[in-house]
Design a protein around this ligand. Structure first.
Ligand code: IMP
Length: 182
């Protein structure tokens, strides 16, 4: 079965995602025009978001990556996070923008913020491609930039996975129930 035959419904098309990312890139480029921000993303979900957002930005930027594993089921995070790859760069005194693929309960982002804040950056903000506000537990996150609000559904594509698959879909959609059940 071809990959897109696993999809029940497309929520955001490739064109919608790219248009929104160009808008975000323009806003962020203007807001950080007088600095050289460090864009930090979390592997692997924000992979394409980092690649497309940074290419649409018009100011000099640096980028760095972290990798984490979250304990929990395939579809929900427990908030228990382990850092498996730390940043290469020092962030003290720098303007850091954390790129997130999706903020669901907010527990992962809260952990990352605590970790980064302890290193004394000049500023620390969040840019989330998707925001599932209905499921938020931590409601004090500084989400300065947001791509789309998503309903309380498990979504895949454009970096987001289900059991490590579907990241390479160029759009964001919902899996067929029989795929999730199998
Ligand atoms: P949180 O800690 O509950 O905010 O969860 C954040 C992480 O859970 C994201 O970075 C994703 O890896 C994963 N996640 C949450 N919702 C979804 C979804 O709908 N699809 C794919 N991954 C998700």
């Amino acid at each position: 079965m071809a990959l897109d035959e696993h999809i029940d419904r497309v929520l955001f098309t490739e064109a919608q995602i790219q248009t929104r990312i160009r808008e975000l890139a323009a806003t962020i480029s203007a807001d950080y025009a007088h600095t050289t921000p460090l864009l930090v993303s979390v592997l692997k979900g924000a992979l394409y978001f980092m690649a497309d957002l940074t290419r649409a930005m018009t100011i000099p930027i640096a980028m760095d990556f972290m990798a984490i594993t979250t304990y929990g089921s395939a579809q929900a995070s427990s908030g228990a996070v382990r850092l498996i790859k730390d940043l290469d760069e020092e962030i003290s005194g720098r303007h850091v923008l954390l790129l997130e693929d999706i903020i669901d309960t907010g527990l992962t982002a809260a952990y990352l913020l605590r970790t980064l804040r302890a290193r004394d950056p000049a500023s620390l903000r969040i840019c989330a491609l998707l925001d599932k506000t209905a499921r938020r537990i931590v409601d004090t996150l500084p989400i300065s930039y947001r791509g789309f609000e998503v309903p309380d559904m498990f979504v895949v594509g454009y970096g987001l996975d289900y059991k490590q698959l579907y990241r390479n879909l160029p759009f964001i959609g919902v899996l067929k129930p029989e795929v999730v059940a199998s």
